[in-house]
Design a protein around this ligand. Structure first.
Ligand SMILES: Nc1ccn([C@H]2C[C@H](O)[C@@H](COP(=O)(O)O)O2)c(=O)n1
Ligand SMILES: [Zn+2]
Length: 182
């Protein structure tokens, strides 16, 4: 077959890290981290990215107030006890938003990449939605009852959350993005 001039042009390549292809884990956690940046929570910004069995992103989310309530004076105050003037009663968690924003019929068999270990309410949502894999970055709330209950829920549902440990790789990947590169 005759070759066209396009055959000699450099073809788009998958993103690379240190010369090799970027691992899916690194790529999807980087996406979750980028979405976390959008969170208006001044203290803890959480991002989540749902990936299907074909390796396609089918949902993303970050913690924010419910749609339309963003600038309506709901508090962003944190801390315990969790009273009416604290954010906890109002904020939609990243995992909830990622599931609600799904672009596929369902998220059965998918994996969720989330920058913070899910709480008990998100664990329920994850289990009920059929998500089978959980990859998390930080576990800074591991001593909270919400997290301890989530651990129990995942255990009884047969889901084994896995901590993402390749922090350096994800940082290098994000730093390597050059929007001016041609
Ligand atoms: N799995 C989680 C856990 C928490 N969040 C959100 C809820 C709050 O906006 C924030 C936690 O606030 P902190 O007590 O650390 O100031 O993170 C979430 O989206 N997903
Ligand atoms: Zn949650």
């Amino acid at each position: 077959m005759a070759s066209s001039s396009k055959d000699n042009e450099p073809q788009p390549q998958p993103p690379t890290q240190a010369g090799g292809p970027i691992e899916d884990d690194v790529y999807f956690m980087a996406v979750a981290l980028m979405f976390a940046k959008k969170s208006p929570d001044p203290n803890t910004k959480v991002g989540a990215c749902i990936v299907n069995q074909e390796g396609n992103i089918v949902g993303i989310g970050y913690n924010k107030m419910p749609n339309g309530c963003e600038d309506k004076g709901l508090p962003w105050k944190r801390g315990r006890p969790k009273g009416l003037d604290k954010k906890y009663l109002y904020v939609c968690h990243a995992e909830l938003n990622a599931i609600m924003n799904k672009t596929s019929m369902d998220v059965e068999g998918c994996t969720i990449y989330v920058t913070l270990y899910p709480c008990n309410e998100c664990a329920k949502l994850i289990i009920q939605s059929g998500i089978k894999g959980v990859v998390y970055l930080s576990n800074k709330h591991k001593d909270y009852n919400e997290t301890k209950a989530a651990v129990k829920l995942f255990r009884s549902a047969g889901i084994e959350p896995r901590q993402f440990l390749a922090k350096r790789e994800v940082a290098d990947f994000l730093a390597s993005i050059d929007p001016f590169a041609e």
